[in-house]
Design a protein. Structure first.
Length: 251
């Protein structure tokens, strides 16, 4: 049977590159996104739905549709996330804090909740959570994003423990700085907060890695494909970095 994968936030950025990679590997691919225009523009052959990953009612409908149309799910990529505010902790807005945690953490939990209901009856499955290297160490001026991404790793490890007996693996990918529009926005905001130029912040990010360069979305997608594959059948509960080995976290 053709394997089936859902990628949340899969019509843009890293998620779209993941979706294309799974499609190229022969999967049936379903993506969700809050960006209506992006959903309408996904490549031919990819099923796409407008859905807010942090809204339980919408997620329940989505997974009901997947069950009705596909009869199950083999791979879940819980990828939805936002960068959240960039601010000193003493200036942090509580509403922006909650919004960041809602999308990044609640969205991952809801994907796992409804994904488990589809995978447990089959006795198999792979869940792949998008965390971040910010989920492994602190990042100045990014408190809500960091808190959410640390929590995603804890969620993943707990899910791996709960669902392993049902043949379901769970892992997290922790990208570092990944080339694309999103990191451009993050760098611009951090540069403003620190009183630096964007070029200086970007160079600092690259200089803080062993490979002295930023990652590409394809690097993250390749890791997701591996974690979904039989080659990773004994890998579960792991947070795997895709970052060129970051060792200086404060450029």
């Amino acid at each position: 049977m053709t394997p089936r994968v859902l990628v949340t936030a899969g019509a843009n950025g890293i998620g779209l590159v993941m979706a294309r990679a799974f499609q190229d590997a022969g999967y049936r691919v379903w993506v969700t996104d809050v960006d209506t225009a992006a959903v309408a523009a996904v490549p031919e052959g990819i099923r796409a739905t407008v859905c807010d990953a942090s809204a339980e009612a919408e997620m329940a409908i989505l997974f009901g549709d997947i069950a009705a149309e596909w009869g199950g799910l083999d791979v879940l990529c819980a990828n939805a996330g936002i960068k959240g505010p960039t601010a000193a902790i003493e200036d942090m807005d509580l509403a922006e804090w909650h919004q960041c945690l809602s999308v990044n953490l609640d969205g991952a939990m809801l994907a796992a909740k409804y994904g488990a209901r589809l995978m447990k009856p089959a006795g198999a499955g792979a869940m792949i959570f998008t965390s971040s290297t910010s989920g492994l160490f602190g990042t100045p001026f990014r408190a809500p994003y960091v808190a959410a991404k640390w929590a995603v790793i804890g969620l993943m490890k707990t899910v791996a423990m709960e669902l392993g007996q049902h043949g379901i693996r769970a892992n997290a990918i922790c990208p570092g700085s990944v080339n694309g529009p999103r990191i451009d926005r993050v760098i611009a905001a951090e540069a403003e907060a620190k009183g630096m130029t964007a070029d200086a912040v970007r160079q600092g990010y690259a200089a803080g890695t062993a490979l002295k360069r930023l990652s590409d979305p394809e690097d993250v997608a390749a890791t997701a494909l591996f974690l979904a594959s039989p080659a990773a059948r004994m890998i579960s509960g792991q947070a795997i970095t895709v970052d060129g080995f970051t060792y200086n976290v404060d450029p």
